[in-house]
Design a binder for this molecule. Structure first.
Ligand code: G1P
Length: 356
């Protein structure tokens, strides 16, 4: 069995972060989002993976490579235009060939990965399997109507959902799906929907089975979802302090923290779960639970909690606690005591700053 990971979406809901980075490569708990999916696929025993990418193919090649790091093989498939998930799948048809395949949306993370779903697919060999998750408000998702172990109907973003079972971003198909995709019409949002392809399979009499996801699932489409994923992942970490990391005697560490090589904690309190990347330095600061700090970040006289701070940022002398925040790379945020007291900003398009 092969797998395709869809990474071509533009990530408009994550602007401005996605102006400079592919959304699927933004780190959560200091690891690019799509690595979680890739590792789940590998854990399920799949070794041939196709990444469907868009215009930033070279960013992926640089960061993910061809799979050497994991001992698998990764191919790149370019989707020239973002015309929907079914279109992305179709682009990968020749890579997939004539065997069943996992299709995985690269911004999704499942607590328990895909192992069990792949095992059940292999046992029952239906034409399709959809991974479903029960949500309170399914209107933003594809929604499945079920009869025990059969999916009877799927509808994309229904106004009046008939169940609370959302389609998550993982599916297993056999190649019959490509025949159905060939006959699809674009939806109201102008996309070839994978949900419509699944419905087409059902109407053809194909067997579509549900798989009910255990544990948590997140689709990291916007900043709040990223913070939620960060929290859920950090909740599972175990402490690990690099041999050459330094914690001075005036600092206090509480709970689980991961401290990268060369990181320094000086006269500060870190309350885990938290991760602090390579060569970052905290001084006279407080880092609260559920905070991920990337590599080479400098934090002085500041307090940060429940946030994601990417590589190369400098944060200094900030009054009040920074909370629920996402900082891209190389951001400088500092307060100086010069008069006149003015705010001075250099912000990218669609940045959001809230001052109180
Ligand atoms: C896509 C699918 C939808 C599914 C969701 C899961 O939605 O079309 O059926 O429920 O992913 O994340 P989109 O993110 O394109 O709105």
């Amino acid at each position: 069995m092969k797998a395709i990971i869809l990474c071509a979406g533009r990530g408009t809901r994550l602007q401005p972060l996605t102006f400079s980075h592919a959304k699927h490569l933004i780190p959560i708990a200091n690891k690019p989002v799509m690595f979680y999916g890739l590792e789940a696929i590998i854990e399920a025993g799949i070794q041939e993976v196709g990444l469907v990418v868009g215009e930033n193919r070279s960013d992926f090649v640089q960061e993910v490579g061809h799979g050497e790091r994991w001992g698998i093989h990764i191919s790149y498939i370019v989707q020239e235009e973002p015309k929907g998930l079914a279109h992305a799948a179709k682009t990968a048809q020749s890579f997939v060939g004539d065997e069943p395949f996992v299709m995985y949306l690269g911004d999704n993370i499942f607590q328990h990965g895909l192992k069990e779903a792949v095992k059940l697919y292999r046992a029952y060999q239906p034409q399709a399997m959809t991974l479903l998750y029960e949500v309170d408000d399914p209107r933003a998702y594809g929604v499945a109507e079920l009869d025990q172990d059969r999916v009877l109907r799927v509808v994309e973003k229904p106004k009046e959902p008939k169940s609370n079972w959302a389609l998550t971003g993982a599916y297993i198909f056999d190649p019959l799906v490509f025949e159905i995709i060939d006959q699809l019409q674009p939806s109201w949002r102008g996309e070839y929907e994978i949900t419509d392809a699944i419905q087409g399979l059902i109407e053809r009499g194909a067997q579509v089975r549900p798989y009910f996801v255990r544990g948590w699932w997140v689709d990291t489409g916007n900043a709040d979802d990223m913070l939620q994923a960060n929290r859920l992942i950090l909740r599972q970490i175990e402490s690990s302090i690099a041999a050459d990391a330094q914690i001075d005697p005036h600092s206090e560490i509480v709970g689980d923290i991961i401290l990268g090589p060369g990181a320094q904690i000086v006269n500060s309190t870190v309350r885990g779960p938290a991760i602090i990347g390579r060569e970052s330095r905290l001084e006279d600061s407080f880092i609260g639970p559920f905070t991920s700090i990337g590599a080479q970040v400098q934090i002085q006289h500041s307090e940060i909690e429940h946030s994601i701070i990417l590589d190369g940022c400098t944060i200094r002398n900030i009054d009040g606690r920074i909370e629920d925040s996402v900082f891209g790379r190389n951001i400088t945020l500092l307060r100086d005591d010069h008069r006149p007291k003015v705010h001075k900003f250099l912000l990218a398009d669609n940045s959001q700053v809230r001052l109180v």
